[in-house]
Design a protein around this ligand. Sequence first.
Ligand SMILES: Nc1ncnc2c1ncn2[C@@H]1O[C@H](COP(=O)(O)OP(=O)(O)OP(=O)(O)O)[C@@H](O)[C@H]1O
Length: 877
Amino acid sequence: MGSHRNALVAVVRQELAEARGTARAVLAAAESARNEAQRRKQLIREAYSTCLAQLAEARETARADILRRTRTEAGTLTRNVESLAALYASGAAGTAWRYWTPTEPGRVTRPGLLRIGTIGYDPGDGERRLPALVPLLDHAHVHLAGDRAAADGVIAGLLLRALGTTRPGDVRLTVYDPEQLGGTLAAFAPLGHAGLLSFVGPGGLGPVLDDLVEQICRVNETVLAGEYASLAELTEATAGPRREPWRIIVLLADADLPAGQRAQLDRIARTGVACGVHLLVRGLDLAPHPTVERIEVHPGTATCDSIGDLTVRLDAPPPADRIAGFCRATAERLRQGPPPARFADLEPEKLWLESSAHGLSAPIGDSPDGSLSWVPLGDDPPHALIGGPSGSGKTNLIYAWIGSLAARYDPGELAFYLLDFKEGVSFARFAPGPRDPSWLPQVRLAGINVNGDREFGLAMLRHLGEELRARAQAAKRYEASKLAELRAEDPAGHWPRIVAVIDEFQVLLAGRDALADEAVTLLEDLARRGRSQGIHLVLASQDVSGIEALWGRSGLVGQFTLRIALPKARRILADTNLAAAVIPRFHAVVNADSGADGANHIVRLPDASDRQAWRTLQRKLWHRRPDTCGPPRLFDGDAVPRLPQAYRPSGRVPQAGADIGSSPGAVLGERIDVAARPARLRLGRMPGRNLAVLGTRTDEACDVLAAAALSLAAQGPARFSLVCLDPGAERPAARLVAELPDADWYGPHDLDQFFASLAADGIPHYVLGYALDAAGASWRDRWRALLTDGPEQRIHVLGWWRSVPRLRDALGGPGARLDTIGAWVALDVQGPELSPLSPQPGGPAWYPRARRALFFDRSVHRHPEVIIPYEVNSDHS
Ligand SMILES: Nc1ncnc2c1ncn2[C@@H]1O[C@H](COP(=O)(O)OP(=O)(O)OP(=O)(O)O)[C@@H](O)[C@H]1O
C-alpha cells in the first residue's frame, strides 16, 4: 500500500516536474519573445525618430527650395513688371514729378499708360514700389469717384502726363468746371493762348457734347471711312503722324445731367475712344463700358479697375508752377510753328535691308502733312542738282540724305564719293578722326578743303570714269543693259550703286582752263552713261553762275532731272516755277521733273547737322560694318602729308652687296589722286636723269630733297653727297645727313674736295645740292659736266636752284641748254618762267600755292602734275 502510494507520489512528482519544466520552457520562450518584441519596439522607435529627423530635414530643404524659387521668380516677375511699366509708361508718362520733363514721342510711338501713384509689394526681400499705371489716350475714358480734392490732383497729373508725352498741339483740352469756373485746373490756362484749351461755362455743356458727337461722326465718316477701326489703327498702318488730335473733355460736376445731355454723354463714352475723344470725369456717373476705367479715390490712396484689389498710393498732384511753365512753353512752341522732322525719324525700323539693284530711295524730311518725303535716285531720275544761297541748308540737306541712304543700304549696295569745295570740314565727320574713330562704312572717299585743289576733284572724276568703264565692260560681257541686269547676271560681283556728291561744284568748273575742260567732259560722260551703270551725281551749288555754267551744256544739265531747291534758290527750277521763292526756312522743293511747274513736293528738312544725332547713327552703322570695309580715303587740302615710314631707311641699313635695281625711284611728294600714291622719279642710267627743284621756299625745297634722298636710301645701297651752299638750308640738310646711312657733307669751300670725290663704282651716288645757284661762275663747267655725264655712271644730281634764270646761269648763261635736267619740281615759280623747261610753248598754266609743287618728268609726263611735298622734318625752325 505504502509502495503504491509512493509510486503514485513519484508519478505525481514526475508529472509535476514535467509540468514545471514545460512551464519554465514556456516562460523562457515568452521571455525571449518579449525581449524580441522589445528589441523590435526599440528598433521601430529609433527608425521612427530617424524618419522624423529625415522628414524634418527634407521638409526644410523643400521649404528653402520653394522659398528660393519663389524669391527668384518674384525677382524675375518684379523685373519684368518693372520693365513693362517702364516700357508702357516711359519718360514723362512715368517719371516722378521731381524729375519730370516732357518727352517728345517718336513718329509712330503709340501712347502708353500714365502713372497716378505707386503700388507696394514685397518680393521677399523688403517692400518695393511699382508705378501704378492707368490707360487714357487711345485706350480709355477715366471716371473718378470719391474724395474730390484727391480726384482733382489725379486729373491734373493725368493731363500733364498726357500732354507731356505727345507733340504740342496733338492734345486739345475742354474743361467743364461749373462750380469753380475753371479754377480747379487754372494752371493749364496758358494752353488757351495756343487754342489748345477752352473752359466751358455752366450753361455750355450741351453744345460741347453735341459738338463732340458731331466730331465722332465726322471722324468715322471721313477719316476712318470704314477702313480702320480707330485713329490709332490708322496711325499705325500709315506710319505717319496723327491725322486728328486727341480731345480730352474734363467734366468736374456733381449734379446730374438733363436727359438729352446724359444721352449724348453715354454716346461719347461708347464711341469716343476710337475717334480720339476721351472723357475725364469726376462726379458725374458714366455708364459701364469696357472703355471706362474707374478709379475710386481716397485721400492719399485709390483703387482702380486695371489694378484690381491692390491699393495705389497716390502721387502728390504736380506743382502748379510746373504745369503753368510747361503749358507756356508748349504754347510758345506752337506759336513758332511746327518743328522740322527729326533726323532720327529718317531712320528705318531695321537697318540695311534694302537692295539697290533697281535704284535708291530714301526720305530726306517730311511733307507738310507729316508723312515722310522720299527721294528716288536710279534710272529715273539719275542725277540731282541742289541749289540754294549760302546758309540755306544745302550741307544739312546732304547730311540728311546721306544718313537716310546709309541707314538703308549696306556698303555692298551703296558707295559714296564726297567732295566739298568750300572751306570747312563738312565731310570730315564721315572719316575717322582723332576724337571719333568711327567712319561711315559706305564712304569710299571724302575730300575736304579742296577749294584750292581742283586737281583732286578731277582725280575723283577720273576715278569714277574708270569705274564707269569697268562697269560698262562687265555689262557688255554679260549682255546687260543696266545695273539691275548686271547684278542679276553676276550675283557674286561687287556692284554697289555709287553716289558722288560734289558740294559747291562750280569751283571745279571755274577758270577756263584745261582742268575745267576735262572736268566738264568727264562730268558729261558720267551724267550720260552713269544712269545705266548705277553711278549717280549729286551736284550742289550756292552760286547761280555755277549752275549757269552748266546751263551752257544742255547735254549735261538735261541729265539732272532731280532738282532740289532750298529757299530763295535761283535757276534750279524752271523759270516759271516760283516755289523756291516762297517756301519757309528749312524747307525744300523736291522736283523730279527737271523743275517743271506742277511737279513740286515741299519737304520740311530735319536738323541733320547736329553732331550727336549724326554720331549715334554713324556708330550704329560702323559697328555693323563687314570686315572687308576699311576706312575711306580722306583728302584734306589743309593737311600736309608726312613722308610715309615705308620710304624712310628705318631698320637695317642696306647691305653693300644687295640688289640695287636698275632705276630706283625717288619719292618727291604725294600725288593729288584718289589713292594718295607718291610721285616718283625714276633714276636710271640714262642721260638727263637729274632733278632740279626750283623756287625760293627753303622748307619745301629741303623737304623735297630729303624725301627723295630718304626714299632712295630705303631702296638699296647708295652713297649720298650733300653740297650745301646756303646757310638757311644747313639745318634741314644736317638732319638729313644724320638720317642717311652713308652721306658726306660739303660746304661752300669744299667744292674742290667734292668734285675730287666723285668716282663711278657702280653703286648709285646721289648728289643733293642745296642752293646750287650760289656756286659761282667758276664751277659752271664742273657742274655742267656732272649733270651731263653723271647719270650714265649712276651719279645723279638732285639740286635746288632758287629760280629758273639762276639755274640757267649756273649752267652756262642765257643760251645754256637745259636738257641735262630731265625732271623738275617747281615751287613758287610762275608758269611762264618754266617755259624753257617745259614742252608747252609759254610754259604750263601754274599759279604757285603754298605746299604745292608742279612736277614734270620729261620721260613720263605730257603735262606737269601738281604734287604735295611731304613734310619730312616737322621742325623747320
Ligand atoms: N532743317 C534744319 N533744321 C535746323 N537747322 C538747320 C536746318 N538746315 C540747316 N540748318 C542750320 O543752318 C545753318 C546753315 O546750314 P548749312 O551749312 O547746311 O547751309 P549751306 O547752304 O550749306 O550754307 P553754306 O553754303 O554757307 O555752307 C547750319 O547751322 C545748320 O545747322
